[in-house]
Design a protein around this ligand. Structure first.
Ligand code: KIV
Length: 271
C-alpha cells in the first residue's frame, strides 16, 4: 500500500482566513528553482516572483527594464520548486498601464506560461479598471500601494510615501477601491506604520507590509536583503537573518586556497 501524504496548499482563501483569525502571513521574494524549494520547505506562505529580479538578478538600477519574458522565465523556475506555497508573479512595467485589454492579455500570458497562482500589479485608482477585468477573468490579483518602484521616476526618490495627509488620504481610498475591485491582498510599501494600521483595519483582505510597520497582516522582504547577500542596502525596515555576503566570500576564499595549495581534491574526493 502506498502512503500518499496530502500537502495542504496555500490559496488566496487561506490568506483571507489567516487575516480573519489574526494569523500573520509570511511572504518572501524568490526568482529561481533552488531558493523556491528551500523557502517552500521552510514553510513560507507566499513566494513573490518580484520584478525586483530586475535589481537583484539582472543588476539594473530600477525595476523598469525587466521584460515579461524575463519575468515568465523566473516564475516558471520558481513554480517548479514549490509544493505548497502560493506563488504571486509581478506584472512588469509597461505590460498593464496602457489599458485594461493589454493588462488582461499580460495577466493571462503570465498565468498560462508560468503555472503561477496569481499576479501583482502596482497602483490605485489608475489601474482599478484593469484589476476588475483581470479578476473577472478568474485571475487572483494582489495590489501594491505606497512606494511603487515602477513609478520611481515620478517619485524621484525611494523615501517613505504618504507622510502628507493628501497622499495618505488617496492611499486610504485606493486601498478600498482595490478591495472592491476584487484584490485578494495588498502590498503596502514604505508608508508610516500608523497609516498601514488604519488601512489594515479598514479592509477585510490582508495587507502585506514592507517598511510599513508591525500592524500589517503579513510581511514581505526581498530574499537578497533578508539573507544579507547585499551588504550595501541597509534601510531601517530591513532585518537581516544571515550574512551571506561575508559567508559566501569566506567560503569561496577557502576554496581558492584549497585549490591553490593542492589540498582539493584529496584522495577521497577522486575516482
Ligand atoms: O518586486 C518586489 O520585490 C516587490 C516587493 C518589494 C514587494 O514588489
Amino acid at each position: 500500500m502506498s502512503v500518499h501524504t496530502e500537502v495542504k496548499k496555500v490559496t488566496t482563501n487561506t490568506l483571507l482566513k489567516m487575516k480573519a483569525a489574526g494569523e500573520r502571513i509570511s511572504m518572501l521574494t524568490a526568482y529561481d528553482y533552488s531558493f523556491a524549494r528551500l523557502f517552500d520547505a521552510a514553510g513560507i506562505d507566499v513566494i513573490l516572483v518580484g520584478d525586483s529580479a530586475s535589481n537583484v538578478m539582472a543588476g539594473h538600477e530600477t525595476t523598469v527594464p525587466i521584460t515579461i519574458e524575463q519575468m515568465i522565465y523566473h516564475a516558471q523556475s520558481v513554480v517548479r520548486g514549490i509544493d505548497r506555497c502560493l506563488v504571486v508573479v509581478d506584472l512588469p512595467f509597461g505590460t498593464y498601464q496602457s489599458n485594461p485589454d493589454i493588462a488582461l492579455a499580460s495577466a493571462i500570458r503570465v498565468m498560462k506560461e508560468t503555472g503561477g497562482h496569481s499576479i501583482k500589479l502596482e497602483g490605485g485608482e489608475e489601474v482599478v479598471e484593469s484589476i476588475r477585468r483581470i479578476v473577472r477573468a478568474g485571475i487572483p490579483v494582489m495590489g501594491h500601494l505606497g512606494l511603487t518602484p515602477q513609478s520611481i521616476y515620478k517619485f524621484g526618490t525611494y523615501t517613505v510615501r504618504a507622510k502628507e495627509e493628501e497622499e495618505a488620504e488617496k492611499l486610504r481610498k485606493d486601498a478600498l477601491l482595490l478591495q472592491e475591485a476584487g484584490c485578494f491582498a495588498i502590498v503596502l510599501e514604505k508608508i508610516p506604520a500608523q497609516l498601514a494600521k488604519e488601512v489594515s483595519e479598514s479592509l477585510h483582505i490582508p495587507t502585506i507590509g514592507i517598511g510599513a510597520g508591525k500592524f500589517c497582516d503579513g510581511q514581505v522582504l526581498v530574499m537578497h536583503d533578508m539573507l544579507g547577500i547585499n551588504n550595501d542596502f541597509n534601510p531601517r525596515f530591513l532585518r537581516k537573518y544571515l550574512n551571506m555576503h561575508d559567508q559566501v566570500i569566506a567560503a569561496v576564499q577557502h576554496y581558492i586556497e584549497d585549490v591553490r595549495s593542492h589540498d582539493f581534491p584529496n584522495e577521497q574526493e577522486q575516482y
